[in-house]
Write a protein that binds this ligand. Structure first.
Ligand SMILES: Cc1cc2nc3c(=O)[nH]c(=O)nc-3n(C[C@H](O)[C@H](O)[C@H](O)COP(=O)(O)OP(=O)(O)OC[C@H]3O[C@@H](n4cnc5c(N)ncnc54)[C@H](O)[C@@H]3O)c2cc1C
Length: 371
Protein backbone atom coordinates (compact mmCIF):
# COMPACT_ATOMS: atom_id res chain seq x y z
CA UNK A 1 0.00 0.00 0.00
CA UNK A 2 2.87 2.32 0.81
CA UNK A 3 4.65 1.53 -2.46
CA UNK A 4 1.44 2.02 -4.46
CA UNK A 5 0.69 5.35 -2.82
CA UNK A 6 4.28 6.60 -3.21
CA UNK A 7 4.41 5.41 -6.84
CA UNK A 8 1.16 7.21 -7.61
CA UNK A 9 2.72 10.40 -6.26
CA UNK A 10 5.58 10.11 -8.74
CA UNK A 11 8.21 8.52 -6.47
CA UNK A 12 10.60 5.90 -7.84
CA UNK A 13 9.89 2.92 -5.60
CA UNK A 14 11.67 -0.40 -5.04
CA UNK A 15 10.04 -3.09 -2.85
CA UNK A 16 12.69 -5.41 -1.39
CA UNK A 17 11.36 -8.81 -0.27
CA UNK A 18 13.51 -11.66 0.96
CA UNK A 19 10.90 -14.33 0.17
CA UNK A 20 10.36 -15.73 -3.31
CA UNK A 21 7.01 -13.97 -3.56
CA UNK A 22 5.17 -11.02 -2.06
CA UNK A 23 2.49 -11.17 0.60
CA UNK A 24 2.79 -14.71 1.89
CA UNK A 25 0.90 -13.74 5.03
CA UNK A 26 -1.94 -12.40 2.95
CA UNK A 27 -2.20 -15.80 1.29
CA UNK A 28 -2.51 -17.71 4.58
CA UNK A 29 -4.72 -15.11 6.25
CA UNK A 30 -8.33 -15.63 7.22
CA UNK A 31 -8.11 -19.37 6.57
CA UNK A 32 -7.06 -18.63 2.95
CA UNK A 33 -9.87 -16.09 2.36
CA UNK A 34 -8.17 -12.99 3.86
CA UNK A 35 -10.26 -11.05 6.33
CA UNK A 36 -9.01 -7.87 4.64
CA UNK A 37 -10.79 -5.26 6.80
CA UNK A 38 -13.50 -4.67 9.36
CA UNK A 39 -16.26 -2.16 8.68
CA UNK A 40 -16.54 -1.34 12.41
CA UNK A 41 -12.86 -0.43 12.72
CA UNK A 42 -12.26 1.99 15.64
CA UNK A 43 -9.10 3.02 17.51
CA UNK A 44 -10.48 0.95 20.44
CA UNK A 45 -9.83 -2.18 18.39
CA UNK A 46 -6.06 -1.71 18.79
CA UNK A 47 -3.52 -2.22 21.58
CA UNK A 48 -0.63 0.19 21.86
CA UNK A 49 1.34 1.89 24.58
CA UNK A 50 -0.18 5.06 23.10
CA UNK A 51 -3.85 4.36 22.33
CA UNK A 52 -4.15 7.66 20.42
CA UNK A 53 -1.32 6.99 17.98
CA UNK A 54 -3.26 5.01 15.37
CA UNK A 55 -6.17 7.46 15.16
CA UNK A 56 -4.78 9.79 12.51
CA UNK A 57 -3.75 7.14 9.98
CA UNK A 58 -6.93 5.11 10.55
CA UNK A 59 -9.06 8.22 9.97
CA UNK A 60 -7.29 9.12 6.74
CA UNK A 61 -7.54 5.65 5.17
CA UNK A 62 -10.72 3.88 6.24
CA UNK A 63 -12.22 0.42 5.63
CA UNK A 64 -14.49 2.11 3.04
CA UNK A 65 -11.39 3.24 1.11
CA UNK A 66 -10.04 -0.32 0.99
CA UNK A 67 -13.47 -1.71 0.06
CA UNK A 68 -13.59 0.80 -2.83
CA UNK A 69 -10.27 -0.61 -4.07
CA UNK A 70 -11.57 -4.18 -3.74
CA UNK A 71 -14.72 -3.24 -5.67
CA UNK A 72 -12.71 -1.43 -8.35
CA UNK A 73 -10.99 -4.78 -8.96
CA UNK A 74 -14.37 -6.58 -8.95
CA UNK A 75 -13.29 -8.92 -6.17
CA UNK A 76 -16.30 -10.72 -4.69
CA UNK A 77 -16.47 -10.51 -0.89
CA UNK A 78 -18.88 -10.96 1.98
CA UNK A 79 -19.34 -9.98 5.61
CA UNK A 80 -18.87 -13.07 7.71
CA UNK A 81 -19.69 -11.78 11.17
CA UNK A 82 -19.09 -8.71 13.36
CA UNK A 83 -18.16 -6.53 10.36
CA UNK A 84 -15.41 -8.87 9.14
CA UNK A 85 -15.02 -8.75 5.34
CA UNK A 86 -13.62 -11.85 3.59
CA UNK A 87 -12.97 -12.75 -0.05
CA UNK A 88 -15.60 -15.09 -1.51
CA UNK A 89 -12.95 -16.92 -3.52
CA UNK A 90 -9.42 -16.68 -2.19
CA UNK A 91 -6.88 -14.42 -0.49
CA UNK A 92 -5.01 -14.57 -3.79
CA UNK A 93 -7.49 -11.98 -5.11
CA UNK A 94 -6.20 -9.40 -2.60
CA UNK A 95 -2.55 -10.14 -3.34
CA UNK A 96 -3.09 -9.98 -7.11
CA UNK A 97 -4.96 -6.68 -6.67
CA UNK A 98 -2.01 -5.19 -4.78
CA UNK A 99 0.49 -6.51 -7.35
CA UNK A 100 -1.57 -5.04 -10.17
CA UNK A 101 -1.78 -1.67 -8.39
CA UNK A 102 2.02 -1.79 -7.91
CA UNK A 103 2.55 -2.38 -11.63
CA UNK A 104 0.17 0.49 -12.49
CA UNK A 105 2.08 2.80 -10.11
CA UNK A 106 5.44 1.85 -11.69
CA UNK A 107 6.74 0.10 -8.56
CA UNK A 108 9.72 -2.24 -9.04
CA UNK A 109 9.62 -5.43 -6.98
CA UNK A 110 12.82 -7.29 -6.06
CA UNK A 111 12.18 -10.80 -4.72
CA UNK A 112 14.74 -13.12 -3.06
CA UNK A 113 16.46 -9.96 -1.85
CA UNK A 114 17.78 -10.49 1.65
CA UNK A 115 18.96 -7.25 3.14
CA UNK A 116 22.35 -7.56 4.80
CA UNK A 117 23.13 -4.05 5.88
CA UNK A 118 21.64 -0.58 6.02
CA UNK A 119 23.77 2.51 6.43
CA UNK A 120 23.15 6.22 6.09
CA UNK A 121 26.27 8.16 5.19
CA UNK A 122 24.00 10.75 3.54
CA UNK A 123 21.14 8.93 1.84
CA UNK A 124 20.13 5.39 2.92
CA UNK A 125 22.21 2.60 1.42
CA UNK A 126 20.63 -0.85 1.57
CA UNK A 127 22.92 -3.78 0.73
CA UNK A 128 21.67 -7.20 -0.33
CA UNK A 129 23.81 -10.11 -1.62
CA UNK A 130 24.46 -8.90 -5.19
CA UNK A 131 22.78 -5.54 -5.29
CA UNK A 132 22.81 -2.18 -3.57
CA UNK A 133 20.06 0.42 -3.38
CA UNK A 134 20.36 4.10 -2.52
CA UNK A 135 17.43 6.31 -1.61
CA UNK A 136 16.51 9.41 0.41
CA UNK A 137 13.71 7.50 2.15
CA UNK A 138 13.49 3.98 3.60
CA UNK A 139 10.21 2.43 4.75
CA UNK A 140 10.43 -0.61 7.01
CA UNK A 141 7.42 -2.92 6.54
CA UNK A 142 8.97 -6.17 7.70
CA UNK A 143 6.15 -7.22 10.06
CA UNK A 144 6.58 -8.95 13.41
CA UNK A 145 7.97 -12.25 14.66
CA UNK A 146 4.87 -14.38 14.07
CA UNK A 147 5.14 -17.48 11.88
CA UNK A 148 8.92 -17.64 11.37
CA UNK A 149 8.53 -20.52 8.94
CA UNK A 150 7.09 -18.18 6.30
CA UNK A 151 9.81 -15.58 6.68
CA UNK A 152 9.17 -13.46 9.78
CA UNK A 153 12.38 -11.90 11.11
CA UNK A 154 13.43 -9.45 13.79
CA UNK A 155 14.91 -7.26 11.06
CA UNK A 156 12.61 -4.27 11.67
CA UNK A 157 13.35 -4.16 15.39
CA UNK A 158 17.10 -4.61 14.80
CA UNK A 159 17.11 -1.76 12.31
CA UNK A 160 15.16 0.52 14.66
CA UNK A 161 17.71 -0.26 17.41
CA UNK A 162 20.60 0.39 15.00
CA UNK A 163 19.22 3.91 14.54
CA UNK A 164 18.83 4.44 18.30
CA UNK A 165 15.04 4.01 18.41
CA UNK A 166 13.20 2.50 21.36
CA UNK A 167 11.35 -0.83 21.06
CA UNK A 168 8.43 -1.91 23.23
CA UNK A 169 9.30 -5.51 24.09
CA UNK A 170 7.36 -7.70 21.60
CA UNK A 171 5.06 -10.56 22.67
CA UNK A 172 2.91 -13.05 20.74
CA UNK A 173 -0.70 -11.90 20.31
CA UNK A 174 -3.85 -13.60 18.99
CA UNK A 175 -2.33 -16.87 20.11
CA UNK A 176 -3.73 -20.08 21.65
CA UNK A 177 -3.09 -20.55 25.37
CA UNK A 178 -1.51 -23.59 27.02
CA UNK A 179 -3.18 -24.71 30.26
CA UNK A 180 -1.32 -25.79 33.39
CA UNK A 181 -0.88 -29.55 33.90
CA UNK A 182 -3.90 -29.94 36.22
CA UNK A 183 -6.40 -28.19 33.96
CA UNK A 184 -4.89 -29.95 30.95
CA UNK A 185 -5.58 -33.35 32.47
CA UNK A 186 -9.11 -32.23 33.45
CA UNK A 187 -10.23 -30.76 30.12
CA UNK A 188 -7.93 -31.34 27.15
CA UNK A 189 -9.32 -34.72 26.18
CA UNK A 190 -12.35 -32.63 25.12
CA UNK A 191 -10.22 -31.14 22.28
CA UNK A 192 -12.53 -29.93 19.51
CA UNK A 193 -15.40 -28.91 21.82
CA UNK A 194 -16.33 -25.24 21.47
CA UNK A 195 -18.75 -22.92 23.24
CA UNK A 196 -19.57 -19.22 23.42
CA UNK A 197 -17.98 -17.68 26.52
CA UNK A 198 -16.85 -14.34 27.87
CA UNK A 199 -13.09 -14.27 28.43
CA UNK A 200 -11.74 -11.44 30.62
CA UNK A 201 -8.30 -10.17 31.63
CA UNK A 202 -6.67 -6.79 32.30
CA UNK A 203 -10.00 -4.94 32.17
CA UNK A 204 -10.86 -6.31 28.70
CA UNK A 205 -13.48 -8.88 27.85
CA UNK A 206 -14.56 -10.67 24.68
CA UNK A 207 -17.77 -12.61 24.13
CA UNK A 208 -17.01 -15.09 21.35
CA UNK A 209 -16.37 -18.79 20.85
CA UNK A 210 -13.78 -20.71 22.87
CA UNK A 211 -12.29 -23.94 21.58
CA UNK A 212 -10.64 -26.63 23.72
CA UNK A 213 -7.39 -27.88 22.16
CA UNK A 214 -5.00 -30.75 22.93
CA UNK A 215 -2.82 -28.43 25.03
CA UNK A 216 -5.19 -25.71 26.16
CA UNK A 217 -7.65 -23.18 24.81
CA UNK A 218 -8.12 -21.37 21.52
CA UNK A 219 -10.99 -19.94 19.45
CA UNK A 220 -11.75 -16.24 18.91
CA UNK A 221 -12.51 -15.36 22.56
CA UNK A 222 -9.20 -16.83 23.72
CA UNK A 223 -7.14 -15.41 20.82
CA UNK A 224 -8.54 -11.94 21.56
CA UNK A 225 -7.85 -12.06 25.30
CA UNK A 226 -4.39 -13.59 24.74
CA UNK A 227 -3.15 -10.25 23.36
CA UNK A 228 -3.89 -8.67 26.75
CA UNK A 229 -2.50 -11.52 28.85
CA UNK A 230 0.94 -11.60 30.43
CA UNK A 231 2.26 -14.43 32.60
CA UNK A 232 1.40 -15.04 35.48
CA UNK A 233 -1.94 -13.22 35.22
CA UNK A 234 -5.25 -15.04 35.57
CA UNK A 235 -7.93 -15.17 32.91
CA UNK A 236 -11.59 -15.43 33.85
CA UNK A 237 -13.99 -17.32 31.67
CA UNK A 238 -17.76 -17.09 31.94
CA UNK A 239 -18.82 -20.50 30.68
CA UNK A 240 -22.51 -19.69 30.66
CA UNK A 241 -22.81 -16.05 29.57
CA UNK A 242 -26.24 -14.56 30.12
CA UNK A 243 -27.77 -17.73 31.48
CA UNK A 244 -28.81 -18.61 35.01
CA UNK A 245 -28.10 -22.33 35.14
CA UNK A 246 -29.60 -22.91 38.58
CA UNK A 247 -32.71 -20.71 38.15
CA UNK A 248 -34.89 -23.80 37.78
CA UNK A 249 -34.27 -24.63 41.45
CA UNK A 250 -36.14 -21.47 42.49
CA UNK A 251 -39.27 -23.57 41.89
CA UNK A 252 -39.75 -25.69 45.04
CA UNK A 253 -41.24 -28.47 42.91
CA UNK A 254 -37.96 -28.92 40.95
CA UNK A 255 -36.08 -31.94 42.34
CA UNK A 256 -32.65 -30.88 43.61
CA UNK A 257 -30.64 -33.58 41.90
CA UNK A 258 -27.58 -33.91 39.72
CA UNK A 259 -29.79 -35.12 36.87
CA UNK A 260 -31.81 -31.88 36.91
CA UNK A 261 -28.71 -29.73 37.07
CA UNK A 262 -27.07 -31.72 34.29
CA UNK A 263 -30.05 -31.35 32.01
CA UNK A 264 -30.26 -27.59 32.73
CA UNK A 265 -26.54 -27.09 32.00
CA UNK A 266 -26.78 -29.13 28.81
CA UNK A 267 -29.53 -26.84 27.49
CA UNK A 268 -27.06 -24.05 26.76
CA UNK A 269 -23.66 -25.79 26.81
CA UNK A 270 -22.24 -28.58 24.65
CA UNK A 271 -23.04 -31.88 26.37
CA UNK A 272 -19.45 -33.01 26.88
CA UNK A 273 -18.39 -29.68 28.37
CA UNK A 274 -21.45 -29.52 30.62
CA UNK A 275 -20.88 -33.07 31.86
CA UNK A 276 -17.18 -32.57 32.49
CA UNK A 277 -17.77 -29.30 34.33
CA UNK A 278 -20.35 -31.03 36.54
CA UNK A 279 -18.00 -33.93 37.21
CA UNK A 280 -15.40 -31.44 38.40
CA UNK A 281 -17.78 -29.13 40.27
CA UNK A 282 -20.53 -31.38 41.63
CA UNK A 283 -22.32 -29.42 44.37
CA UNK A 284 -21.49 -31.00 47.73
CA UNK A 285 -25.02 -30.29 48.98
CA UNK A 286 -28.21 -28.95 47.40
CA UNK A 287 -28.62 -25.91 49.65
CA UNK A 288 -29.27 -22.51 48.12
CA UNK A 289 -25.77 -21.45 49.01
CA UNK A 290 -24.17 -24.52 47.37
CA UNK A 291 -26.19 -23.85 44.22
CA UNK A 292 -25.16 -20.18 44.29
CA UNK A 293 -21.53 -21.33 44.52
CA UNK A 294 -22.01 -23.60 41.52
CA UNK A 295 -23.58 -20.73 39.56
CA UNK A 296 -20.74 -18.36 40.44
CA UNK A 297 -18.05 -20.90 39.51
CA UNK A 298 -19.63 -21.52 36.10
CA UNK A 299 -19.48 -17.78 35.37
CA UNK A 300 -15.98 -17.37 36.81
CA UNK A 301 -13.75 -20.19 35.69
CA UNK A 302 -10.37 -18.77 36.64
CA UNK A 303 -7.36 -20.14 34.83
CA UNK A 304 -3.67 -19.33 35.06
CA UNK A 305 -2.28 -20.37 31.68
CA UNK A 306 1.14 -22.01 31.72
CA UNK A 307 1.98 -19.98 28.61
CA UNK A 308 1.04 -19.45 24.98
CA UNK A 309 1.75 -21.45 21.84
CA UNK A 310 4.29 -18.71 20.99
CA UNK A 311 5.28 -17.05 17.72
CA UNK A 312 4.91 -20.35 15.81
CA UNK A 313 1.13 -20.04 16.20
CA UNK A 314 0.58 -16.34 16.95
CA UNK A 315 -1.35 -14.34 14.37
CA UNK A 316 0.38 -11.13 15.35
CA UNK A 317 3.26 -9.70 17.33
CA UNK A 318 2.23 -7.10 19.89
CA UNK A 319 4.69 -4.43 21.00
CA UNK A 320 7.30 -3.18 18.53
CA UNK A 321 8.72 0.16 17.44
CA UNK A 322 7.73 2.66 20.12
CA UNK A 323 5.08 5.01 18.76
CA UNK A 324 6.79 7.84 20.64
CA UNK A 325 9.58 7.55 18.05
CA UNK A 326 7.23 8.14 15.10
CA UNK A 327 5.03 10.84 13.65
CA UNK A 328 1.40 9.64 13.89
CA UNK A 329 0.63 11.45 10.62
CA UNK A 330 3.45 10.11 8.46
CA UNK A 331 5.04 7.17 10.37
CA UNK A 332 8.42 8.88 9.95
CA UNK A 333 11.03 8.57 12.65
CA UNK A 334 11.38 11.74 14.72
CA UNK A 335 15.11 11.09 15.17
CA UNK A 336 16.02 9.87 11.69
CA UNK A 337 14.40 11.88 8.90
CA UNK A 338 13.55 9.70 5.91
CA UNK A 339 13.18 6.49 7.96
CA UNK A 340 9.59 5.21 8.24
CA UNK A 341 8.01 2.20 10.02
CA UNK A 342 4.59 0.83 9.06
CA UNK A 343 2.34 -2.15 9.76
CA UNK A 344 2.90 -4.81 12.37
CA UNK A 345 6.48 -3.81 13.22
CA UNK A 346 5.02 -0.74 14.97
CA UNK A 347 3.61 -0.98 18.51
CA UNK A 348 0.02 -1.01 17.22
CA UNK A 349 -1.79 -4.37 17.31
CA UNK A 350 -5.32 -5.04 16.17
CA UNK A 351 -7.98 -7.29 17.60
CA UNK A 352 -8.96 -10.38 15.64
CA UNK A 353 -11.28 -9.59 12.74
CA UNK A 354 -9.52 -7.71 9.92
CA UNK A 355 -8.08 -4.91 12.07
CA UNK A 356 -4.43 -5.85 11.58
CA UNK A 357 -4.71 -5.57 7.82
CA UNK A 358 -6.61 -2.28 8.14
CA UNK A 359 -3.70 -0.95 10.22
CA UNK A 360 -1.19 -2.25 7.65
CA UNK A 361 -3.11 -0.56 4.79
CA UNK A 362 -3.71 2.71 6.68
CA UNK A 363 -0.19 3.12 8.06
CA UNK A 364 1.19 2.19 4.64
CA UNK A 365 -0.86 4.87 2.91
CA UNK A 366 0.14 7.45 5.56
CA UNK A 367 3.83 6.82 4.86
CA UNK A 368 3.31 6.51 1.10
CA UNK A 369 1.83 10.01 0.99
CA UNK A 370 4.76 11.43 2.93
CA UNK A 371 7.88 9.86 1.40
C1 LIG B 1 -2.08 -17.25 10.07
C2 LIG B 1 -2.37 -15.77 10.06
C3 LIG B 1 -3.62 -15.33 9.65
C4 LIG B 1 -3.90 -13.97 9.67
N1 LIG B 1 -5.14 -13.56 9.24
C5 LIG B 1 -5.45 -12.23 9.29
C6 LIG B 1 -6.71 -11.77 8.78
O1 LIG B 1 -7.51 -12.54 8.24
N2 LIG B 1 -6.98 -10.43 8.90
C7 LIG B 1 -6.08 -9.54 9.43
O2 LIG B 1 -6.38 -8.35 9.50
N3 LIG B 1 -4.86 -9.94 9.84
C8 LIG B 1 -4.53 -11.26 9.76
N4 LIG B 1 -3.29 -11.67 10.17
C9 LIG B 1 -2.30 -10.65 10.59
C10 LIG B 1 -1.74 -9.96 9.33
O3 LIG B 1 -1.36 -10.95 8.40
C11 LIG B 1 -0.54 -9.09 9.65
O4 LIG B 1 -0.85 -8.22 10.72
C12 LIG B 1 -0.13 -8.27 8.43
O5 LIG B 1 0.24 -9.13 7.39
C13 LIG B 1 1.02 -7.32 8.77
O6 LIG B 1 1.45 -6.71 7.59
P1 LIG B 1 2.93 -6.17 7.46
O7 LIG B 1 3.05 -5.69 6.04
O8 LIG B 1 3.26 -5.26 8.55
O9 LIG B 1 3.85 -7.47 7.65
P2 LIG B 1 3.89 -8.86 6.87
O10 LIG B 1 2.62 -9.12 6.16
O11 LIG B 1 4.39 -9.85 7.84
O12 LIG B 1 4.98 -8.61 5.75
C14 LIG B 1 6.34 -8.44 6.06
C15 LIG B 1 7.13 -8.82 4.84
O13 LIG B 1 8.48 -8.49 5.06
C16 LIG B 1 9.28 -9.55 4.62
N5 LIG B 1 10.54 -9.52 5.37
C17 LIG B 1 10.71 -9.78 6.70
N6 LIG B 1 11.99 -9.62 7.02
C18 LIG B 1 12.64 -9.23 5.89
C19 LIG B 1 13.99 -8.90 5.60
N7 LIG B 1 14.93 -8.94 6.53
N8 LIG B 1 14.30 -8.56 4.32
C20 LIG B 1 13.35 -8.50 3.35
N9 LIG B 1 12.05 -8.81 3.59
C21 LIG B 1 11.70 -9.16 4.84
C22 LIG B 1 8.47 -10.81 4.87
O14 LIG B 1 8.88 -11.87 4.05
C23 LIG B 1 7.07 -10.32 4.55
O15 LIG B 1 6.73 -10.50 3.19
C24 LIG B 1 -2.94 -13.02 10.12
C25 LIG B 1 -1.68 -13.48 10.49
C26 LIG B 1 -1.38 -14.83 10.45
C27 LIG B 1 -0.01 -15.28 10.85
Amino acid sequence: MCAIEAGKHGRRVAVLEHADRLGKKILISGGGRCNFTNIHCQPANFLSSNPHFAKSALARYTPADFVALVEKHRIPYHEKTLGQLFCDRSARDILEMLEEECRAAGVSVFLNTKIQEVSRPAEFIVRAANVEFQAPALVVATGGLSIPKIGATSFGYDLARQFGMNIREPWPGLVPLVLGADDRSRYCDLAGVSAEVIASCSGQHFREKMLITHRGLSGPAILQISSYWKKPQEIRIDLAPGSDVTATFDDPKTPRTLTTLRSEFRKTRPTRLADRWLDQHTPATWTNSALADFERQAHEWTITPAGTEGYEKAEVTAGGVDTGELSAKTMESRKVPGLFFIGEVVDVTGHLGGFNFQWAWASGVAAGRAV
